[in-house]
Design a protein around this ligand. Sequence first.
Ligand SMILES: *Cc1c(COP(=O)(O)O)cnc(C)c1O
Length: 412
Amino acid sequence: MSLVEPASQTGQESQGSRASQRLKAELQQKLQYRAEQNLLRQVLQRCGPCQPDSLFGDGQKRVNFCSNDYLGLASHPDVIRAMQVAAEQYGVGSGASHLVTGHCRVHDELAEALADFCGRQKAMLFSTGYMANVGVINALTNPGAPIFQDALNHASLLDGGWLSRGDSRRFAHRDTKDLEAMLIRHHCDSRALIITDGVFSMDGDLAPLPEQVALADKYQATLIVDDAHGIGCLGDTGAGTLSHFGLSASDVPVLVGTLGKSLGTAGAFVAGDEVLIDYLTQFARTHIYTTAMPPPLAAATIAALACLRSETWRQQRLQSLVMRFQQDVANLGLNILPSQTPVQAIVLGEADRAVKASEYLREQGVQVSAIRPPTVPADSARLRVTFSAAHTDEHYERLLDALASLPDDLRG
Ligand SMILES: *Cc1c(COP(=O)(O)O)cnc(C)c1O
């Protein structure tokens, strides 16, 4: 016998279903509104590995310029093999959270390798970058303590701020004066946070980290940098945006990195000194109350990091593609934002135009995403091209030819 009475016998059915009808109508209306504005997001199915020559769900092959697999490690044979071997050894799932029995030797090996790579005392793992950001901000703030974020920070940082019950504010993008004015206006306590992306994910530009380090020092705030797109791409050894600027661990005490971009796997880490990491292990709820990363994924990431460090040609290849593209696209008369990173944005303006341009490029055999509001500010819809060390000269030419042939009304 069921423990729950059927709804019809309690007289709840009609009310419940009226409410759900209303909700459904409201949801449909919102979907309709997005569709009318050309803002509806669609899932694009891909078949096979993440690589430049990709086969998509429509049965067509196109050159992929949308992935964050900047170094081409997502399907590197060493990385795949490491995952297979570890799956034989550990099985697939970790079976529990880190603080119960899910934490394996291979997790420690990965955390140590990441700390060493970033020049930090210690690192800890998270299942995703989103969770790392939410967890770190929540653990490091107090209710009401000021949190200053760049207006274009990644959604996971902004959400982390809103969820933390801290006093979240956004300063104008890369605007050090605006940040300082906020620091003066809102007295800092010892838990004040300044939070920024190292490389901005939609524009590809860099945070003014040296100036922000100086401000954090002057106003006694803690600087947190999320270097999801900098790690593997910037700095002499690929150590990221901090290394690019010659900044030390004491300049930026909290460093967040993700594993799903240039490392080609999935997950994230936070690196810092021993006290910080020991503290976060106790207080970062998104680390504590979730299943530990699958051990084979940790093993694959160790292999990916080894490739990143030994195959230095990958970073060089990426840099040369980026520099060529900046020059070539400017020569085509398109509005390309200055960027020395694999994230390259060609601003076209209206959402509709960006969508049509992306469709046009798709017909030419290149996959480039249209990025529209609300991901980017109104009237700055764009094509977002991302490069990978795995792109050959032929892939590159294919993209450039397609861009050169963009019809006038789609050029912005
Ligand atoms: C991709 C990204 C994240 C999220 O990382 P996931 O591991 O994909 O959840 C966080 N911050 C920035 C800046 C990113 O680009």
